[in-house]
Design a protein around this ligand. Structure first.
Ligand SMILES: [Fe+2]
Length: 468
């Protein structure tokens, strides 16, 4: 961590004054080695270290000078990350890390007591206090109340959410394995905690998202399903023309790049391209047709040819030989920075789990489910259901740091949300309605792209099915 004082001191040691923009830059980068890098650029005899010596400084056409944030950076979710094998103890580490990360976010806003210390002594009976635990189990009683078993590193406690209290609405949305704080009081006999409030890790109420200092536009899409016989080629071609005429710098694809093979029974009847390598080769050719100025980020989804458990690795080289050079391959999930604006890309498999568990959640409202993820600061809170999760020493599905944009896909329905400054975008799909979706009464909203202005974080939807 670099403080203002420390940065100024470092430059003063070399008899140099430092411009406030340089201080701001270094504080945001949190990388002390950049100071030496900048010092090496300052010519002899200079008195002030001005922003022109920063990496990425450029002169714009009209003579105005801008401090350019690096265009595209992968914050985490690089294609190179090794995952190694999984051992039984990794599950223990995994849940411990999830608890540590999420409980420390809650602890920034409230004090909390370890469960064991609370229940061991009679001193805390019927006293107001807060505990933080992982939801081990949650059920409804015969009288309609909710009871959750909450566990922290020291113990476990039954927590009752009375159906006649305000807290009940929040308690109905509890899902297994999420980490919550609960304010309330312990029963007289010390066996039950009566809850008054649930404190989720959440996005702070005063959260102010970062915006780019320089102009920039990102186009967000997902679920191309190349190879499917319902891939919308005409609409895609209109999109390609539109990109060619426009000035967007970035294109982000949040998974299900191809339809894949053997994903569901009978899929072969719905494929135009039955070979997985050919599906990716065709995708590669499609990406080559896009303007070369674009920086393209490609993440996998559950239809892609990589391990299904999350984090899913980036597409391996054997599938991407025909991809153009301006493609960056990333994991699912991953965090990319576009001119400093953080975009958390997550395909969205866990929507399937949230829909079954959160009352009112439906496939037609991805916006609401993105908000539920942000409140829990977790992309896939419930473990062991339809979202396979790879146990590891770290829980990479925790939402940290807070992104400016959460970009998802998977459910093929366009939806957007703005939750405490974070923009949620689910653009939709480039596949028409499949026979499975017809059976399930799911009506996709295909052939849409969402453009986000990186200076304002304002989104706009472009519909290539009905217009353009
Ligand atoms: Fe999909």
């Amino acid at each position: 961590m670099l403080g203002n004082q420390e940065i100024v001191q470092r430059f003063l040691q070399t008899n140099l004054q430092v411009h406030p923009d340089v201080v701001r830059y270094l504080r945001e980068k949190k990388d002390p080695s950049l100071i030496d890098d900048i010092l090496s650029r300052v010519p002899e005899g200079a008195v002030v270290v001005s922003p022109q010596y920063l990496p990425g400084w450029k002169r714009e056409k009209d003579g105005e000078r801008f401090l350019t944030d690096p265009a595209l950076e992968v914050v985490y979710g690089h294609s190179a990350r090794e995952n190694g094998g999984v051992e039984l103890k990794d599950f223990m580490y995994y849940f411990r890390d999830r608890y540590t990360q999420l409980s420390s976010i809650i602890r920034q806003r409230t004090g909390a007591m370890p469960i064991e210390a609370l229940t061991r002594s009679t001193r805390y009976r019927q006293q107001d206090c807060t505990i933080i635990g992982m939801v081990m189990e949650v059920r409804t009683t015969a009288n309609g109340h909710r009871i959750a078993e909450l566990e922290d590193a020291t113990g476990m406690l039954s927590v009752l959410f009375n159906k006649d209290r305000d807290v009940f609405a929040d308690a109905e949305k509890l899902v297994p394995d999420e980490v919550v704080g609960v304010a309330g009081r312990l029963s007289g006999d010390g066996t039950m905690f009566f809850a008054e409030t649930i404190l989720r890790p959440d996005i702070p109420i005063n959260h102010a998202p970062f915006t780019s200092k320089t102009p920039g536009k990102a186009v967000l899409v997902s679920d191309l399903h190349v190879g499917s016989n319902t891939f919308l080629l005409d609409e895609w071609n209109r999109f390609v023309d539109w990109l060619g005429d426009g000035d967007a710098e970035y294109l982000l694809i949040a998974g299900d790049c191809v339809d894949g093979i053997g994903i569901y029974p009978g899929q072969e009847k719905e494929l135009d391209i039955a070979n997985i390598y050919e599906q990716y080769d065709v995708l590669g050719e499609m990406l080559k047709d896009l303007p070369s100025r674009l920086q393209i980020v490609v993440a996998p989804g559950n239809h892609d040819a990589v391990r299904g458990s999350e984090p899913q690795p980036a597409l391996p080289e054997r599938f991407t030989q025909h991809f153009p050079k301006n493609v960056t391959l990333v994991e699912n999930p991953c965090m990319v920075s576009l001119q400093g604006v953080h975009v958390l890309m997550y395909h969205g498999r866990s929507f399937d789990d949230l829909i079954g568990m959160i009352p009112g959640a439906t496939y037609t409202r991805p916006d609401e489910m993105m908000e539920e993820m942000l409140r829990r600061r977790h992309l896939a809170p419930a473990y062991g259901l339809r979202t396979p999760i790879m146990a590891a020493k770290q829980d990479h599905l925790v939402i940290s740091p807070i992104p400016e944009i959460l970009h998802t896909g998977h459910i093929h329905i366009c939806g957007m949300s703005r939750y405490r400054g974070v923009l949620g975008v689910n653009a939709g799909t480039w596949q028409g309605q499949t026979s499975f979706q017809k059976q399930m009464n799911i009506y996709p909203t295909p052939a849409r792209a969402v453009v986000v202005d990186l200076q304002t974080l304002r989104p706009s939807v472009i519909d290539f099915l009905h217009g353009q």
